[in-house]
Design a protein around this ligand. Structure first.
Ligand code: TPP
Ligand code: MG
Length: 575
């Protein structure tokens, strides 16, 4: 008697394809048609982290992609059809904007019903909707194509300039069966998912020539430099060249922020003064005032400041996006930086001391002023006094991951809290999007195993706050610190009509956020003083218990939009 051939199905082929490519964690939320898939993922040894809202699962997958993408492993978010898919889209678009490799995988309804618009359960043409928001979008209709679909999604996400990818899996795919051996054979283990892209030797030489002639050179490190995980070479380039550098927010810690070549405390001096600027994995977008205007010493808001630019980026079309790039260097950051290092040889002349000395003078003055401010301990706490505590805690625990969102709560943390290791600071990124907090915190804990500190504006926290249950459920070592100033930017606005509603930026005063964490078995701390905040954070890190500290901040302390007040459209008409 011959036994029937062993069969496999769409569920298992999909999970096997992920595992084959080193994807061991899925961030998602179950429901039709992927409920069984989430169960089977667990049964097959994958870690299935189940969230309360897909946007948070998507953000978790995005930051997993940031942390692991250079090793060829994208983050994966799994959602149900139409509404679940739409909930995941903000994260997909944000991942693409930030160049983070994340694959949003959504179940979808019956193709023939969706395409004839006959009103299926959760009917939506998801592929068409995802396309403009990501780098690539694919749909798999047949079990034997799952291997190719997953391979293409991985390659699109992690190769070249990384980004978001959408993968559409219609409900009918999962139960399709095929011969197990043929199924296994149809899967693809992606070979060299992040191929090196070597820069042209003449481009390297052009860069070095320009750099050599500079009197006031400056290096700007972007989060692309952090993403690339070429930490030792990036550090060596900065140190061998002796050139002062500025780290963008998520590039903090590639070199410790206390490094003597850091010009962060003299930013407003070095940008307009520099003559040659080398961008490494940083884009000249709004975060760098588009490389022109008054920030760069231009005479008006659009005028070029006279700098020559060297840009190291994996994408050739990034060049000249805002101003002329005199010396483009296209390739992966690791290969470019090591080529530059090799080309510099052993006798590279450090920049003139007039330049480095002038920076040091500004920097020391500003650091001195900041130290005075940080030493004050007013009641109630303000952003500075509370962040002085956070700064000490991060210094004592440089391995800890720091998640950060808000307006004032973001801007002050970025400038006050020094980072000592790469890829520890995870924040709102290119868009300044609120809502990344708890998703990032969950993934940071899951992916690194390190304690996580999340510094959250009270408004920012609200976008993902329900995930404190997720943090408790998986017992993650996350310490959420809410900078509670009773509102968006401040708690002091008045209703201009004099009516009974509070102003649009104001929340319930003295909200007891710490009780949210207690509701799910975590530790809640009410901190009205710096001593209470310090004790709460130290204990959270020591115990690794899910903790939420409600840090009471002076409600008058913030400014509108934090540091970007100038981007607010001002009324031309005064009533
Ligand atoms: C998705 C999204 N919605 C709205 C905003 C606009 N926004 C920018 S910062 C912010 C919240 C600022 O308040 P909070 O987090 O309490 O920080 P604070 O300045 O009070 O410290 C909001 C709503 C945004 N950036 N992203
Ligand atoms: Mg606030």
């Amino acid at each position: 008697m011959t036994s029937a051939p062993a069969l496999t199905d769409g569920f298992h082929l999909f999970l096997d394809a992920l595992k084959l490519n080193g994807i061991n964690t899925i961030y998602g939320l179950p429901g039709i048609p992927i409920t069984d898939l989430t169960r089977m993922a667990q049964a097959e040894g994958l870690r299935m982290i189940s969230f309360r809202h897909e946007a948070n699962a998507g953000n978790a997958a995005s930051i997993a992609g940031f942390l692991n993408g250079a090793k060829g492993v994208p983050g994966v978010c799994l959602t149900v059809s139409a509404p679940g898919f739409l909930n995941g889209l903000v994260a997909l678009a944000n991942a693409t904007t930030n160049c983070w490799p994340m694959i949003l995988i959504s179940g979808s309804s019956e193709r023939e019903i969706v395409d004839l618009q006959q009103g299926d359960y959760e009917e939506m043409d998801q592929l068409a909707i995802a396309k403009p928001l990501c780098k690539a979008a694919f749909r798999v209709l047949h079990a034997e194509d799952i291997g190719v679909g997953v391979a293409r999604a991985i390659r699109a996400a992690v190769s070249g300039r990384p980004g978001g990818v959408y993968l559409d899996l219609p409900a009918k795919l999962f139960a399709q069966t095929m011969d197990a051996a043929e199924g296994k054979n149809s899967l693809i283990k992606v070979v060299d998912p992040v191929p090196r892209q070597l820069p042209a030797p003449e481009s390297v030489q052009r860069d070095l020539n320009l750099l050599k002639g500079a009197k006031k050179p400056l290096i700007i490190l972007g989060k692309g430099a952090a993403y690339a995980q070429a930490d030792a070479d990036v550090r060596a380039l900065v140190e061998k060249s002796g050139i002062p550098y500025l780290p963008m927010s998520m590039a903090k810690g590639i070199l410790p922020d206390t490094h003597e070549q850091s010009a962060a405390a003299a930013r407003s001096f070095v940008l307009p003064e520099a003559d040659v600027v080398m961008l490494i994995g940083a884009r000249l977008n709004w975060l760098l005032s588009h490389g022109k205007g008054k920030t760069w010493g231009g005479k008006d808001h659009k005028a070029w400041g006279g700098q020559k630019f060297i840009q190291v980026d994996i994408s050739p079309t990034e060049m000249d996006s805002n101003v002329r790039i005199d010396a483009p260097l296209v390739g992966d950051i690791g290969s470019c930086v090591s080529a530059l290092l090799a080309g510099m040889g052993n006798n590279w002349a450090k920049p003139p001391v007039e330049w480095t000395g002038a920076i040091a003078e500004r920097k020391n003055k500003n650091i001195g002023k900041m130290a005075e401010t940080l030493a004050k301990d007013p009641a109630p706490m303000n952003f500075h006094s509370a962040l002085n505590v956070v700064r000490d805690i991060v210094k004592a625990h440089p391995d800890a991951m720091l998640v950060n969102e808000g307006a004032n709560a973001l801007d002050f943390t970025r400038s006050i809290v020094d980072m000592y290791q790469p890829r520890k600071r995870l924040d709102v990124g290119t868009w300044g999007v609120m809502g990344i907090g708890m998703g990032f915190a969950v993934a940071a804990a899951v992916e690194s195993g390190q304690p996580v500190i999340a510094i959250e504006g009270d408004s920012a926290f609200g976008f993902s706050g329900m995930e404190v249950e997720t943090i408790c459920r998986y017992n993650l070592p996350v310490c959420v610190v809410i900078f509670n100033n009773n509102g968006v930017y401040r708690g002091t606005d008045k209703n201009l009509s004099g009516g009974a509603d509070v102003a649009p930026t104001v929340f319930v005063k003295d909200s007891r956020y710490e009780k949210l964490m207690e509701a799910f078995g975590g530790v809640g701390v009410y901190a009205a003083t710096t001593a209470e905040l310090r004790r709460g954070m130290e204990e959270a890190i020591r115990s690794r218990k899910p903790t939420l500290i409600n840090a009471i901040i002076d409600e008058t302390a913030g400014t509108e939009s934090g540091r970007i007040t100038s981007l607010n459209p001002a009324a031309a008409l005064k009533k």
